[in-house]
Design a binder for this molecule. Structure first.
Ligand SMILES: C[S@@+](CC[C@H](N)C(=O)[O-])C[C@H]1O[C@@H](n2cnc3c(N)ncnc32)[C@H](O)[C@@H]1O
Length: 264
């Protein structure tokens, strides 16, 4: 079952849930080369006068983590459907020189408020699986890209965070993670991109989680819209997770993440 559009709006009303999840990855990932730095590495060959659009920018982490190397001649539009996310992004970047070359806009990726062929790069990271129609949004992204322009779209694979799924469903089968990313994943994204773009390439980022503290993992679980544990069951749930940690001396969770790059 996919999240409804109203559940997505609720989940991302503020950046709090996303921040909690990013914090777990930041602290316990086995790959210490930052994910956002790795993603940005793939864009650095873009022309100095590039016009760049990001949709579903979340808390602006891609830009925050690369402030030291964003070409100062790029014109960048950061957008998200959530007003709260845009506010957080603006706050996170306030005071940096980058603000002078950035615009912040709130709109839905269904229909982009731009003329055709306006951008050289479009970025849609970990968000295409949330839009009501991936095909429609990819069509919009193609429309606003100039011929030869590139799309960057990060997503997860079907086994991403599988051990967390097993941990939760071991407590209660009803907590089995719903496959919220299934409409655009590493295993089906290329075919969808090929309907709109050429030269579709997938770059995989190799990293897993070795979580050695219970509290950040509990916070992660509670941050997800689908982990709806009733308040009266939380003490029991937390004791269960603690017991799993004690038994295994921490928790290993595999990740499956990557970045598609394609050309209009
Ligand atoms: C998982 S977060 C990813 C944020 C960021 N791209 C990153 O990689 O950290 C998904 C983001 O997509 C936004 N979003 C969801 N549906 C959207 C839509 N239809 N149009 C625009 N943004 C959307 C959410 O508000 C949220 O900020």
């Amino acid at each position: 079952m996919l999240l409804t559009q109203s559940a997505i709006g609720e989940q991302y009303r503020s950046s709090q849930n996303l921040d909690t999840r990013i914090a777990l990855h930041d602290r316990f990932s086995t790959n210490k080369y930052d994910w956002m730095r790795w993603v940005f590495d793939h864009m650095l060959d873009a022309a100095p006068d590039s016009r760049v659009l990001e949709i579903g920018c979340g808390s602006g982490q891609l830009w925050k983590n690369n402030l030291d190397r964003i070409p100062s001649t790029w014109a960048v539009t950061l957008s998200d459907a959530s007003a709260g996310m845009i506010e957080t992004t603006q706050q996170a970047l306030a005071g940096s020189a980058f603000v002078a070359q950035a615009q912040f806009r709130q709109f839905n990726a269904d229909a982009l408020p731009f003329d055709a062929a306006r951008f050289d790069l479009v970025i849609a990271n970990h968000m295409l699986y949330h839009v009501p129609s991936v095909d429609r949004t990819l069509g919009e992204l193609r429309r606003v890209l100039r011929p030869g322009g590139r799309i960057f779209a990060a997503t997860n694979g079907p086994d991403h965070m599988r051990e967390l799924d097993e941990l939760l469903s071991g407590f209660d089968p009803a907590l089995k993670l719903q496959p919220v990313t299934q409409t655009f994943r590493l295993d089906n994204g290329a075919a969808q991109l090929q309907s709109h773009f050429a030269n579709v390439q997938l770059h995989r980022y190799h990293s897993d989680l070795v979580v050695t503290e219970v509290a950040p993992l509990l916070a992660y679980a509670y941050s997800m819209a689908r982990t709806n544990i009733a308040p009266e069951r939380r003490a029991e749930f937390e004791a269960y997770v603690q017991a799993q940690f004690d038994r295994r001396n921490g928790v290993y969770i595999r990740k499956e993440t990557g970045l598609f790059v394609a050309t209009r």
